[in-house]
Design a protein around this ligand. Sequence first.
Ligand code: URA
Length: 259
Amino acid sequence: MESAEFHSALALLDWQIELGATEAICDAPVNCYDLPDRLVKRDVKSAALVESGPVPAAPEIDPVAEAKRIAQAAPTLDALNTALASYEHCELKRGAHNLVFSDGVPGASVMIIGEAPRRDEDREGRPFVGRAGQLLDKMLSAIDMGRDHATSPVYITNVLPWRPPQNRDPHPEEIAMMRPFLERHIALAQPQMLVIMGNISAQACLGKRGITRLRGNWAEAFGLPALPMFHPAYLLRQPAAKREAWADLLSLKARITGG
Ligand code: URA
């Protein structure tokens, strides 16, 4: 095998293992779309295959209604974490190593809403621990705040608790399923204000995208003042935008100190 082929085969294998495909189950792939929608059984005497009627339809479940039902029923943050872990309607869960719930101090006046875990967060089960997270920590420390800060802590979560494959953008249905959990998360954490990091978060919290236009303008989300900002991952790619991010951090600090 050529070296390039070897490396791309290895990368493919790595990716499959990362998604949890660690076991070969059949020799040949099964196309689920081709499976009969009628039950087929083997007749014991003749050994012939006979149809025995339609497969009973599974009861239709509305994943968003189900998310609302179980999120609303959670009386505490721990219960909400458990409720999320039991939610089976989001495909992202199957490709993730860990559920990433939150970090920082619940009850902090500022709650930061990120987008979705990436590789490092998926491995550790904590939000914002990779390069973007390290930049976020520096940004917070520049205004004397932080996830572990003794007097000015923040609380951090993401719109999505599971890593999308290859960090793709979440689909609108995935955001819609996770929104009831986010809403309940905010209600239970009781922050005084939100920081909305990036477009996915703006979509989930404000119902619109366009972070370049939205950033720096205080808005309202889930009944709270909310500041949209550039996502730290964007700032890593576009360091010139740190100027605007700094202005937004100062605006956040002024709001907290009542300035
Ligand atoms: N980006 C996010 O939005 N959240 C994380 O947890 C990590 C990177």
